[in-house]
Write a protein that binds this ligand. Sequence first.
Ligand code: GTP
Ligand code: MG
Length: 434
Amino acid sequence: MSFSSSDTIVAIATPPGRGGIGVVRVSGPRAIDVIGGLIDHAGPLEARRALFTRLNPASRVRDQVIVTSFPAPHSYTGDDVVEVSAHGSPVILRAIVEAAMSLGARLAEPGEFTLRAFLNGRIDLVQAEAVADLIDAVTPEQARLAFDQLEGTSTRAIADLEKTLFDLVARLEASVDFPDEGYHFLQAAELTTALDQLIERTASLLADSRRGRLVREGLQVAIVGRPNVGKSSLFNALVGAERAIVTDVPGTTRDLVSEVVDIHGVKVTLVDTAGIRPTSDPVEAEGVARSRQAEQVADLVLVVVDEDEPVRPSAKNFVVQSKADLGRPDRGIRVSAATGQGLNDLRLAISAALDTEPLRDRPQITNVRHAALLERAVGALSRAREASAAETAVPEEFVLADLQAARHALEEITGRRAPEDLLAHIFSRFCVGK
Ligand SMILES: Nc1nc2c(ncn2[C@@H]2O[C@H](COP(=O)(O)OP(=O)(O)OP(=O)(O)O)[C@@H](O)[C@H]2O)c(=O)[nH]1
Ligand SMILES: [Mg+2]
């Protein structure tokens, strides 16, 4: 991964495949020249104004295109950016990319446009991650949280903490540098109170993050039960497609089958499993072993029953009575994959059991990386708090070291202090062209 903005990069920004329109994006010091070299339009490109023109013979194919130029610094990356919208054929888009490369651009790596925006200070690391989240969102709630993060809600919350911490460190350092004046710059009691407030604010951000992560990462819900009870039928009904094989032969499902669905704004990964029973068939036995594994890692387990059979009680177990249309005994939530009866109740029950009641005030922290660093910050602040309140006077240097550690954790969230391997890791998750 390149951490320099000195060369000009190009990529198709729209998804692979055919569409009405496809967009090629070029960014870097030569972006305007490169695109200027492959269109009919001869004069300069007017900033941020769509221009209708044609590809010239420099590209192997011709097309009518719309070209928009975003001169630095008012662009996505902060460098000169030019976007070409052509008809969405892979042949045309590839020809534009190749023509741009023959005119001096190089193929962008995944996430490289956003990496440049970060390196140029257009956005911080939290916002860059929000771009990836927004693109990956599968539920509207995920998209809303990612948008808030992109708009800077998390950034501001972290920046507020950083500012308070910076102020504390500065005053404490002054006390260390001018020891004769003792705690002149910062009274011990004042320090303790300030730390209490900081810890409280950081902890409340963290407490919120559990809900945020729930929305961002989603949940695993396993469907388990004895053979033939209707697990795969229920799975298909919730997915809304005949994804898993359904037959009246017990032991139909062998492999785990999974699909992502949106259940009241929560991204749920539903997993259909093999019916659990003693078996001497090695293939089925492997299926049963996988069912048990899926049950273990799931956040919630739908135990499907079709007659009066015992269910092992467990906090994450949820009894679902299948084949309600056949008038089976009344247990748990009654559903029928055949008629659709009870499916909505089941969805409601899933979202309620997962504690995803309407997210009134949206959580600001949704990302496990941010949560882990906030935890590190709280740890360091708590040590500083303990040291500052100790009976025997602790040298300020120790308190300072803990406060610095807390600051570094916060700076790693926003990326002000982010090692290159962390950046490479984060940006490699992006798609090409973003
Ligand atoms: N009438 C009725 N039949 C159902 C319903 N759900 C499933 N069945 C039938 O029950 C049989 C078994 O359904 P599956 O969904 O394959 O059951 P399963 O639990 O996945 O079975 P295994 O994969 O073998 O463990 C099939 O013949 C389905 O048509 C339902 O809601 N109503
Ligand atoms: Mg099945």
